[in-house]
Design a protein. Structure first.
Length: 393
């Protein structure tokens, strides 16, 4: 993908700059920030704006308040954490485009920040309402897109504002484009992808996009069950996603025609009622009461053998029920082994960053994307509206 116009060409000093950030961060039961990675990842852009003397007005969503003001989704905890990591106070405008937001934005001095309240408190955000986009645009003179996790959505803050103000890619967005483009353009082969997770229906476009582009696709987690069932494997009491038979057959045929190898588990770690310890079973002998929870040791060895010698690898989704330590071994061992194989390794999508961090395998990757659906759609080759609207460099 072509590079986008970046901050290096933006006249920032003394200008009011609307900055779309992705501070949709997880919170604990007490409403405190549980993981501030997305806030930390935005710091290069925010520090650049501060050093350049910009007057920055930050915009983000949090959760799904469905166009209504809901205190559970206020950005107040976010500004507390942001103020701490920036080392300066960041006030929160208690509205988005009302009189308070206007007054506070006009009072900003060079190098200061203001955070608007949750964009999704306004129904015009997700509807990409032109009137709401126009109101947002009046708060700033320039626009910076740094919320890569939201660029696959055509919302008022990602597309509507960018059409109304001189627009630039933030440093995080520039890096996401640069790194993820290595999985789309000029791929260094052999190229392997490891995909886990829950549903074929959710991952079908991604998997289809790899046919002919990747040399092999390794499937784990519940995602692999319909493929195993298609090969006649009886999975005991394990729930297998229904209605995917035609999609699975079509994908396997497309992969075979394109010369992409699909690698499936050969053994499983299962849980059985009344038995406290997990068991390893061969696919030919899965007990009728067994629930498949992880890939087994033979599969782990098979997967690592398939990865050996690859130069590029993309990972999305755990290979088992990784939130349970008993069933996290497969994901941990495969990704730790990947870290010992030279090459360019990328993780992206959903909770992959959290899983990698919790399992202690973040170091296996040259890059971990901040995007969920945006990263997957980018890797698939889709055009993302929040990037398409930005001028090319």
């Amino acid at each position: 993908m072509r590079e986008k116009r970046g901050l290096g060409s933006a006249p920032l000093k003394g200008r009011r700059v609307l900055v779309r950030v992705d501070f949709n961060v997880p919170q604990d039961a007490n409403g405190q920030i549980a993981d501030d990675r997305r806030i930390v990842e935005a710091l290069p852009t925010l520090n650049h704006l501060r050093a350049a003397g910009a007057r920055s007005i930050l915009m983000s969503h949090l959760g799904r308040p469905d166009g209504h003001r809901d205190p559970r989704f206020s950005l107040r905890p976010v500004v507390h954490r942001l103020s701490a990591v920036l080392g300066q106070p960041v006030p929160l405008a208690d509205d988005i485009v009302g009189i308070h937001a206007i007054e506070q934005s006009t009072r900003l001095e060079n190098g200061q920040f203001l955070m608007l309240e949750n964009l999704r408190f306004h129904p015009g955000e997700e509807a990409n309402d032109p009137a709401f986009a126009a109101q947002l645009s009046r708060l700033g003179e320039l626009f910076v897109e740094d919320a890569f996790g939201s660029v696959h959505r055509a919302h008022a803050s990602t597309v509507g504002v960018a059409k109304r103000l001189p627009s630039f890619a933030g440093l995080l967005v520039e890096r996401e484009i640069r790194e993820l483009s290595r999985l789309r353009d000029g791929i260094e082969r052999p190229y392997a992808v490891i995909v886990g997770g829950a549903k074929v229906a959710d991952k079908l476009p991604l998997l289809t996009s790899f046919c002919g582009r990747a040399d092999r696709i390794l499937l784990g987690g519940a995602l692999a069950f319909p493929f195993l069932a298609a090969r006649g494997v009886a999975l005991g009491a394990t729930r297998v996603e229904a209605g995917q038979e035609a999609n699975v057959a079509e994908l396997l045929n497309a992969a075979r025609t394109a010369g992409t190898e699909v690698v499936l588990p050969t053994d499983l770690v299962v849980e059985r009622p009344g038995r406290p310890d997990p068991e390893v079973v061969d696919l030919k002998r899965v007990p009728a009461d067994a629930l498949a929870r992880d890939i087994g040791p033979a599969t782990r060895a098979k997967f690592l053998g398939s990865l050996d010698g690859t130069r590029t690898c993309f990972w999305n989704g755990p290979l088992g029920l990784a939130e349970d330590e008993r069933f996290a071994v497969g994901t941990r061992e495969v990704l730790a082994g990947l870290g010992r194989i030279p090459g360019y390794h990328v993780a992206a999508g959903g909770d992959s960053a959290r899983v990698a961090q919790e399992l202690g395998v973040s170091g296996s990757f040259a890059f971990i994307s901040t995007g969920g659906g945006a990263a997957l759609e980018f890797v698939e080759g889709a055009e993302l509206p929040g990037l398409a609207v930005l001028p090319d460099a």
